[in-house]
Design a protein around this ligand. Sequence first.
Ligand SMILES: Nc1ncnc2c1ncn2[C@@H]1O[C@H](COP(=O)(O)OP(=O)(O)OP(=O)(O)O)[C@@H](O)[C@H]1O
Ligand SMILES: [Mg+2]
Length: 300
Amino acid sequence: MNAIEIRNLSKSFRGMYAVDHLNMTVPVGAIYGFIGENGSGKSTTEKLICGHLVPDEGEIKLFGKDYTDAGVRVRVGALIENVGCFPNSSVYQNLRMQTINLGLENPDEEIRRVLEIVRMEDNANIKFKSCSLGMKQRIGIAMALLGEPALLILDEPINGLDTDGMRIMREILVDITQKYGCTVLISSHILGELEKIATHYGIIRQGRMIMELSAAEMDSRAQVFVSLKTADMTGAEAVLRERFDTVRAEDGYLRVYDVENTESIVDYLMKNGHVVSEVRKNKIGLEEYYIELMSQKEEE
Ligand SMILES: Nc1ncnc2c1ncn2[C@@H]1O[C@H](COP(=O)(O)OP(=O)(O)OP(=O)(O)O)[C@@H](O)[C@H]1O
Ligand SMILES: [Mg+2]
């Protein structure tokens, strides 16, 4: 079953499509990385899924049911844009108010549960305004986790966090899916971070889903290349081009793509009078793959 299934979803503002006949499929249990440039329609899509905006057309199904179904709505938790907390109230008081809004039974037990998940069990009595950005983001996630949602929608939760903050957030998100079986939709610009946890990706551009793929598919598409240095880079490049299909000069290195055997390249250059001073095997990460994909789309 899919946690989210969107078909032909559109939303326009002042005659301009923010979301343009978008399709999206998020399997249950996935950490789905939702990637796109500024203004590409990520937040709008998320708001539509959460019912904060009404679509112009299209279909949104959550766990096989229409997204307006009351039974399904209570299974969705979200953190979109700012965390809606009272600055002068404590973390506990903010969570307590939300348990009242949601009509939860055993509120204290539930608050303890979510604070534990976001590693903030010792910070319940701190005022919200005294919390660091990383803590505030985690409180936002704790708020969204109240009531044990099966689907969590997070809009850029790692923006602005330092390395440690991002690491904790990563651990939390993996816990949420693995220990609690929750599905997570997460939009982010920080592709290098997303790559460490995402099981699936959706790439949106100008309101349209241009590609959806699993992490395994991404991995197989991420090309392996060999980068090397020689004294005469121009000469070596010309020699390599005679033998290999894709050769590119980049960041002071020569890159040869689609190569299984590093030694054969070094050997080939040696035979043609070029001594290789530095060589290493690389893999294109999500960031680079995304940039290449975007530049291809621009050329189209
Ligand atoms: N309430 C609104 N009224 C008018 N236009 C809007 C509204 N919300 C979004 N838009 C427009 O819709 C488009 C998509 O915006 P959206 O916020 O969904 O993009 P995004 O991918 O989340 O961008 P970012 O990465 O900057 O957060 C943008 O052109 C934006 O200006
Ligand atoms: Mg946004």
